[in-house]
Design a protein around this ligand. Structure first.
Ligand SMILES: [Zn+2]
Length: 265
């Protein structure tokens, strides 16, 4: 499932390929994906306009149009955004296509119907309404803000990291990576961590997410001591050679190394 690093990579891709070009045609192939607007109205609002900027908020991507509204992308379980020079290019499950004046095409592809595209007049207002916490890599969300957001929380650290109302952008895979890098068991409770340890988790979170963005999410590009490319039961721990195991934490399958991360606390 796409998490913050994927979204940032799509954002950079959109910026590099699709800004400041007139949108000549918008094709909606699956209207179930559009929320709150008909395909005809959606196309009407965008055709003749341009994308002029973008922003990320957690697992959401916003592309701003010259007229003001934002196109909001949510990638669901497996959505992605890709631009092609060849206007005839097709991906496997293209749902919405933007054809530009230079013949290029931007495609939102999503195999299942869990993704979403909509027009949003006010991005900040939408984020507030949705109850999302700060983007996990946003400037204001520093060590202190992170510690304060978690202080007094009951429950597992992993669950808190994935709680989009506390911070937006981290899901199951990257919460596992953060815990692996900090050598914390997936069932570590927030309460059990001292102030300094919580701040260290923030440093690791930043390092893990930024590293993942730099790899362009290609398994081969990850540093050798990252769990990500080996996150599967029975795989070899990239740090100690132990065996990666799976347990359920708040109903989510979590992968960890019992040698490095200890037994259940
Ligand atoms: Zn290990």
């Amino acid at each position: 499932m796409p998490e913050l690093p994927h979204i940032e990579i799509y954002r950079q891709h959109l910026d590099a390929t699709s800004l400041k070009k007139t949108i000549e045609e918008v094709e909606v192939r699956d209207e179930d994906l559009l929320e709150g607007i008909s395909p005809a109205d959606f196309a009407d609002r965008l055709e003749g306009d341009r994308f002029v900027g973008s922003r990320r908020h957690g697992k959401y991507l916003f592309a701003r149009t010259g007229e003001g509204p934002w196109v909001l992308f949510h990638f669901g379980m497996s959505g992605f955004l890709s631009w092609f020079e060849d206007p005839e290019h097709e991906t496997d499950y293209p749902k919405v296509l933007w054809h530009f004046e230079d013949d290029g095409v931007l495609i939102f592809d999503c195999v299942r119907k869990l993704g979403e595209v909509r027009l949003v007049e006010d991005a900040d207002g939408w984020i507030d309404e949705k109850g999302l916490g700060p983007d996990a890599l946003s400037e204001g969300f520093d060590r202190t803000a992170f510690r304060e957001a978690l202080s007094g929380r009951r429950g597992y650290l992993k669950t808190a990291l994935m709680n989009q109302e506390i911070m937006a952008g981290i899901g199951n895979e990257f919460s596992d990576e953060i815990l692996f890098q900090r050598k914390l068991h997936p069932k570590t409770k927030v309460k059990s961590l001292a102030k300094k340890e919580l701040e260290a988790v923030h440093d690791t979170l930043t390092h893990v997410l930024e590293t993942a963005i730099d790899t362009r999410m290609k398994a081969d590009n990850f540093p050798s001591r990252f769990l990500f490319p080996r996150r599967d039961e029975g795989e070899e721990c990239p740090r100690c050679g132990g065996e990666i195991r799976r347990i359920e934490v708040s109903g989510r399958g979590s992968y960890f190394c019992p040698e490095c991360q200890g037994e259940e606390p």
